[in-house]
Design a protein around this ligand. Sequence first.
Ligand code: 2YC
Length: 284
Amino acid sequence: MTRLQPDDICHIIPNLADYSRELEKKTGRPLLGIACHACNMDERQLKDRLQDKQICVVPVTAGLGIISRFSDTVAAILTFLGCRATVADQTDVSGVAHAFAAGYDALMMADDHRFVAIDLHARQVTDNADATGRGFAAALDLMAGGIRGRDVLVLGCGPVGAAGAGLLASKGARTALLDTDRQAAVQVRKIVSDRYRTADITIEDDLETALSHNRFILEATPVPDTITGALVLPEMRVAAPGVPLGVSAEAAAMLGPHLVHDTLEIGVAVMAASLFCEPIRKKR
Ligand code: 2YC
């Protein structure tokens, strides 16, 4: 899992409204709408569910420690979506205890291994990797005008790529998987095929060949510049959750509005939507 650097996120807070408008131009839906699409909800329903939800973002000092502005940025994205999000005054255990004691509806926190949202009523945990994969796959579905029956290539079969492949299979995409570790691709094909019996999934072994016959790409590798200008095709649409961006500057310029990439926004939006999109489970 790539650890974000302050420079990866310092631009987010002042640009949230512009970024949401940019997403609407690229996919037809704003940030909230992409989260809805990933969770099969309509925007009014999600807005109503998110409104006034009190979410506590707890900074975590474990491991490599605090990332400057990480918690503030997560809280700002949640606030932009209509939640009442605040960053805990205290970190770690004290912050978690405060979230429970003060009656928050949910908390969000990240160590070096997982970034999660926890619904404190329903005891549901939503993981950023899963949410990010689903959110960018939803964006790709929207950019494609409906991915059903279309050829999609998932680059990178880690947790993000796996979640994206699952959503794409659920929407009827003909999915090709590629990972430098072929076993990772084999594993994702098995998991997704078992879950979606009708899934049409193949494994690719060569990047250039795979890119030559797939227009719709989910770039979920932690490798910069995986897709270079020489590999870009005119009708290509790329959703790139991978950090650092797996599309070279030249390729990104060529793709223009047909590339969706960010380092936190879509993943956090889908985490919030996922938390509150299920009916609250009855207490045991
Ligand atoms: O500031 C804090 O609370 C830090 N403990 C946050 C550490 C986040 C580490 N994870 C990442 O940088 C990203 C996640 C946002 C998703 C994958 N890697």
